[in-house]
Design a protein around this ligand. Structure first.
Ligand code: ATP
Ligand code: MG
Length: 480
């Protein structure tokens, strides 16, 4: 024990007990004590709460209250100090209650000796210091748990959440209470990923940097890295999963955007090269054709010459469209109201919307002008709107057009439909020239759209579920 005085407080309404205890403490050579006496319950609560003493010796009977009331009250006030309960006669129930309420020890007054008192005080202080160290360490890890930007969670082995930090609510949009009712499997965009996660954790005991797509409360996809280890309960009977989720969505989207721009530049170069190479021989074909047509051909030859003429014109037209859709457009920017622009675009598609009995839902969530090339941007939106209309059935089609401000303060335009949806394997090819799944489609609509959006410093994202529909999200920097 250290050389300093240990401050003892005896809480007892009997002065004789105080004198006896003080004398016992004096007999102890190894440690010096400073003993004070409190006989009033309220005063004792205050002393405990203010942590005035190192150890409290508390008589079980304290007038209308008892020692366990005092313990409970001190605990409720957050005072964790060692309390030793003293009773006149041994009683197993009081002993158990005292320990359950956090008493450090339970001593019977009649059997009290200097030795037993010294040992009890020493153990209580040691236990209290150990608890304090544990509390400090717990606070430290709690702090890391709560303050880190990554999601940290704990589930039981069935995936039921047991604890989760604040970052999880920020990332996924569920409150902590909602998480506590949920199973981790519900967050997976792809159920097969959950199965793969379970397989790895069972086979390897941990999962490290597993790339998964998770869903937030609004069912938006988040690209995440998931790491999890198995933890066992103190008695080794239960398994828990302790995991960290790192959100990569922003990085992934930025990478995707960069890739799109590079791919776009490459297809543009290829288109210009092909156009150049094909146009020269095509001009020769036209010249030869003119020559043959001026030589008064017979009926049969005229028919074949017409076929050659029509098809080489079609090739020429395709090349022009390819060039238009992929070459950097000469844009003329002017401030224009985005709501008006969308309304005008929808007016251009109104015949098709009526013809297919499509329900149009518009939500214009902001009043903003942006610098745009009005005609070009109308073409970009119209291409997407026409695709949406074409993807929807004759009945029950719903086309939604909405504007809002994104989390990053960009202007967001969403065009969504409840049409056929796009198979996952096609999603990466949508903006490529001549990619089309339609019998009469050219596959240049979205190439042109992408070109125009990029030239407005915007970005475009597609989410689609087969059989459910498709949503195009276009973001523009405000004040561009
Ligand atoms: N809203 C949508 N729903 C379902 N599929 C779509 C949607 N938008 C685009 N697609 C798919 O993307 C492909 C490419 O679209 P894009 O507009 O570039 O060409 P297209 O519509 O086929 O032909 P066009 O050049 O005449 O526009 C479409 O053929 C279709 O498969
Ligand atoms: Mg199209």
């Amino acid at each position: 024990m250290n050389s300093e005085h240990v401050r003892i407080c005896l809480v007892d309404d009997d002065e004789d007990d105080f004198v006896l205890t003080r004398d016992l403490l004096k007999e102890i050579d190894e440690q010096r004590f400073e003993i004070s006496w409190i006989k009033d319950y309220a005063e004792a609560v205050e002393a405990l709460t203010m942590k005035r003493y190192d150890v409290y010796l508390v008589d079980f009977l304290l007038g209308e209250f008892n020692g366990i009331d005092l313990l409970n009250e001190a605990e409720a006030m957050g005072a964790q100090v060692p309390v030793i309960i003293l009773t006149g006669k041994g009683n197993a129930d009081i002993d158990r209650d005292a320990m359950r309420s956090g008493a450090a020890d339970y001593l019977i007054k009649d059997k009290l000796s200097a030795d037993s008192l010294e040992r009890s005080i020493r153990y209580s202080l040691q236990q209290s210091n150990a608890l304090k160290a544990l509390k400090e360490s717990e606070n430290k890890y709690r702090n890391i748990f709560e303050k880190t930007k990554d999601v940290i969670y704990m589930t039981n082995k069935h995936g039921q959440f047991l604890d989760i930090n604040v970052s999880a609510s920020e990332l996924f949009g569920y409150s902590k209470q909602e998480f506590m009712q949920m199973n981790a499997a519900a967050l997976y965009a792809n159920p097969n990923d959950r199965l793969e996660f379970e397989r790895r954790i069972h086979e390897q005991g941990s999962v490290k940097d597993f790339e998964v797509e998770l869903l937030n409360k609004k069912s938006e996809r988040l690209y995440c890295l998931l790491s999890t280890v198995i933890q066992y309960s103190a008695d080794d009977t239960e398994e828990f999963y302790l995991g960290v989720i790192h959100d990569l969505t922003k990085r992934k989207k930025a990478e995707q955007e960069m890739m799109n721009i590079e791919k776009f530049a490459a297809t543009g170069r290829l288109a210009r090269m092909i156009a150049h190479e094909v146009r020269n021989p095509l001009t020769n074909i036209h010249l030869a054709l003119d020559q043959l047509q001026s030589n008064e051909p017979d009926e049969d030859s005229r028919m074949f010459l017409d076929i050659i003429d029509r098809n080489s014109s079609r090739i020429n037209q395709l090349i022009t469209e390819l060039l238009n859709s992929s070459k950097p457009a000469n844009l003329e920017f002017k401030e224009y109201d985005i709501t008006t622009l969308l309304q005008e675009t929808l007016a251009l598609a109104s015949d098709r919307i009526t013809l297919k009995n499509i329900q149009l839902v518009t939500r214009y969530g902001l009043d903003a002008s942006i610098r745009v090339d009005r005609e070009k941007l109308q073409i970009a939106f119209l291409n997407m709107i026409i695709n949406a209309i074409e993807a929807m059935p004759e009945e029950n089609g719903v086309l939604q057009v909405e504007t809002s401000i994104s989390e990053e303060h960009n202007l967001r335009v969403r065009i969504s439909d409840n049409g056929s949806g796009i198979p996952q394997e096609n999603l990466n090819h949508l903006f490529e020239p001549f990619f089309s799944s339609k019998p009469k489609g050219i596959g240049l609509g979205l190439t042109a759209t992408h070109n125009i959006i990029i030239n407005h410093k915007g970005s475009i994202e597609v989410e689609s579920k087969q059989g459910l529909g498709t949503c195009f999200t276009i973001l523009f920097p405000l004040n561009n």
